[in-house]
Design a protein around this ligand. Structure first.
Ligand SMILES: Cc1cc2nc3c(=O)[nH]c(=O)nc-3n(C[C@H](O)[C@H](O)[C@H](O)COP(=O)(O)O)c2cc1C
Length: 205
């Protein structure tokens, strides 16, 4: 069995903020030595809803080439990093729908013994960031997965201040993903790869 850590970054994004963090995390995981799959959750919203929002329509077009996540992307991975915009303090229905397609793998015990972590974006400060990540992490416990949250394991966490996962405030669409969020994203990716590597080696021993 190869010792290379396999990481799937699986996210949903309407207007591109979560997608931007997903890219940063995927690149950092790759730099940390992992083999990475970057995947988006399938869109569920009607075309008319997407077309009615300029930023949403633009991001849908720009991300058309990103492969849609399948359960196999979770089965393949040693570590999965999920990302979502908050929806009233909860996980987006698109990402949740993807989680709900994992029942078959769950029934075979194939979601267990993997590392999982999460990131979130909101329009407003706080805005449901921690509740969204905790809601996401509920499912990980049912998988038998290991939540690897960033905690305060690096000085960057004292700046971004969210021990549950990388988080970004988009300021109603006006605040691009900047250095603070990118630092947190890179740290989270590196930590996930490191812990997943140790777990993989330990399980193989
Ligand atoms: C239905 C809906 C509910 C939302 N609820 C919240 C919320 O409770 N708090 C908040 O700060 N932002 C909320 N937002 C805003 C998005 O979570 C936020 O703009 C996010 O950064 C967008 O990420 P994206 O660009 O990846 O889609 C909501 C957006 C929608 C469409």
């Amino acid at each position: 069995m190869s010792s290379t850590v396999k990481v799937s970054v699986i996210y949903y994004s309407s207007t591109g903020f979560s997608a931007e963090i997903a890219k940063e995390i995927a690149e950092a995981a790759e730099k940390a030595g992992a083999e990475v799959r970057l995947r988006k959750a399938a869109e569920l919203a009607p075309e008319a809803a997407i077309a009615s929002n300029e930023a949403w329509a633009a991001h849908a077009a720009a991300s058309a080439g990103v492969p849609v996540a399948t359960p196999q992307d979770v089965e393949w991975a040693d570590a999965v990093i999920f990302g979502t915009p908050t929806r009233f303090g909860n996980v987006s229905s698109q990402l949740k729908q993807f989680l709900d397609t994992l029942g078959g793998l769950w029934a075979q015990g194939r979601l267990a013994d993997k590392v999982y972590s999460g990131f979130v974006t909101t329009a407003t400060t706080h805005g449901g960031q921690e509740s969204t990540l905790l809601a996401l992490y509920n499912s990980i416990h049912h998988f038998g997965g290991l939540v690897v949250a960033p905690g305060y394991t690096d000085p960057v966490k004292y700046i971004d201040g969210n021990p549950y996962g990388t988080s970004h405030v988009d300021g109603q669409g006006n605040n691009p993903v900047g250095p603070q969020t990118r630092d947190a994203a890179r740290h989270q990716a590196e930590r996930v790869v490191r812990i997943a590597g140790a777990l993989k080696a330990g399980l193989a021993a």
